[in-house]
Ligand binder design. Sequence first.
Ligand code: ADP
Length: 639
Amino acid sequence: MQNKQFKTEVSDLLHLIIHSLYSHKEIFLRELISNASDALDKLKYKRLTSSGAPGESGNEGSSNRAANGSDELKINISYTEGSTEQGKETPYVLTISDNGIGMTESELEENLGTIAHSGTKAFLSGLTAEQKQDSNLIGQFGVGFYSVFMVSDKVEVVSRAFGSDKAYKWTSEGKDSYSIEEAAKDSTGTDIIIYLNNDNTSFASRWRIEDLVKQYSNHIAYPIYLSYDENKYDDKYNITGKEHKTEQINSAQALWTRSKSSLKEEDYNEFYKNSYGETENPLFYLHTKAEGATEYTTLFFVPAKAPFDMYHSDYKSGVKLYVKRVYITDDDKELLPVYLRFVRGVIDSEDLPLNVSREILQQNRVMSNIRNASVKKLLGEFKRISEQNPELYTKFVAEYNRPLKEGLYQDYANRDELLELVRFNSTGVEGYTSLKAYKERMKADQKYIYYITGGTLDILKNSPLLAAYKEKGIEVLLMTDDIDEFVAGSIGKYKDVELKAVNRSDAIDDLMTDDEKKQAKEESADIVKKFKDALGDKVKDVRTSGRLKDTSAVIIADANDPTMQMQQLFKAMGQTGMEVKPILEINPEDAFIKRIADSSDEVFVKDGAEVVLNSALLAQGIMPENPAEYAKKLHALLV
Ligand code: ADP
């Protein structure tokens, strides 16, 4: 027997689960059943695709029964009630068995001794106490198995992998170690043997188990059997013995194969929570059966809260692919476009081959038809909700606006639909606006849709650049997401109206007539030169404009240059070589700028110009290159 320490993250996680998620401890059963169902899925797939394997059926796979009919894929639950007979205490034990794919010795170690998902550890350490109470997180992490330690003192996992004649037993008390040893097991599959702790002996009960299975696992596609002993009685109701019974306790039908009319909202919600480890109902779902050239069923859910790993590069795909009810994969990120990675659900095709590989999937015409139609369906549903249920849409946008925006530069084919779905803050309204609504509010002579990027809502709202637009009654979109600059760039136009960034050099021009521009240029030639000389290569250019009101200067970018914020983003991503010097736009009417213009003190002009530049950067949330020096110069000017 080998004794091993859990990886530290497992110990931390176990601690978290046992101490924080205690109020939902019954979900352990759902988690274990879901694991068993996955193991059955995997075996079913193996049987159908590998030739000569034991139990290979060669049929089209809609049945859970292998060719010889004897090894029906199933889950078995049994229990023994504890007792204290002759002073000897026997524990309450709950056993969950499946005849699925099983685990080898090393798989036992990998799967039950570590946490596979790399983002999990980092995420866990960032959780607040309140978030740690959220049992939703359990399933999302893929740490389902460990939840068993909420109800037990000791757990044994006896498993024999498909194709192996050896079985192994993994044992742990859920503290900081586990052991693995060889064991005896007649057939492929896994038994999870749970020694219930004193507070949780109630799980060793027929009614409790039935209730929980009905509530959480009714639509697991495999039968779940419960074995129990029932008392036998004689005529006079005396107990004469016990009868061993086994009874199926779930409906065992893949939910999505049922007709929509036979399903209630609760059925969908229950299926969703059970399949995706959620405790909250989805925001909405979309069940589609397509018949005709390509035949398939899809069932999609939009989670109430964005998946925790939505912004991790190793996010887990939320959609499972089935072919004729046979599970194929839950690890294909191509089933839906990346920007729809928050969608959970099932795609079940009638037309794909069962042994479809990842490579084939990517080029397969059937798959791309399903994918394209699914995207259209989903976007159509989002649109419908935005029109018919604004309250729900607000919740949806609060979670998923950003991924939808990614769609604008990832999914050109659906750009027009996506343009109607994305929302932006704006100077014109409280909360979000659509581009459509902005356009409707545009002034008669307004040529462009104006926007500003770079910074938080507060920074943008207070941007000195907005004053002139406000004065003219022109609405400006406040784009706060770090990707908004790409997004706005890739939108280009909304229904023939060009988008224009107010923090770019070419936007100044729209606010002035040609004559005004000419006059301004002549009047400010000297001061511009003075600033350029003083700042040297710290700036790309210096300009003046009449649009600044209560400020001395702002930073802008040339039409095709990345803004300062964008450059910072690139830097943070480790991309260098994108640096472009800022363009300083000064307000010739500002008192301090005038002082500099009128001064012949070279030191004052130089320091003053630098302070103006750095203050303008700071106002956009950008640190001056040398903050200490900036503070010193500013101080010197003030005293
Ligand atoms: P998740 O199921 O989310 O991946 P778990 O901690 O519940 O996370 O399980 C970890 C892994 O252990 C699973 O991914 C699976 O590979 C394996 N596993 C768990 N239960 C079983 C089982 N009954 N049969 C085969 N493998 C299992």
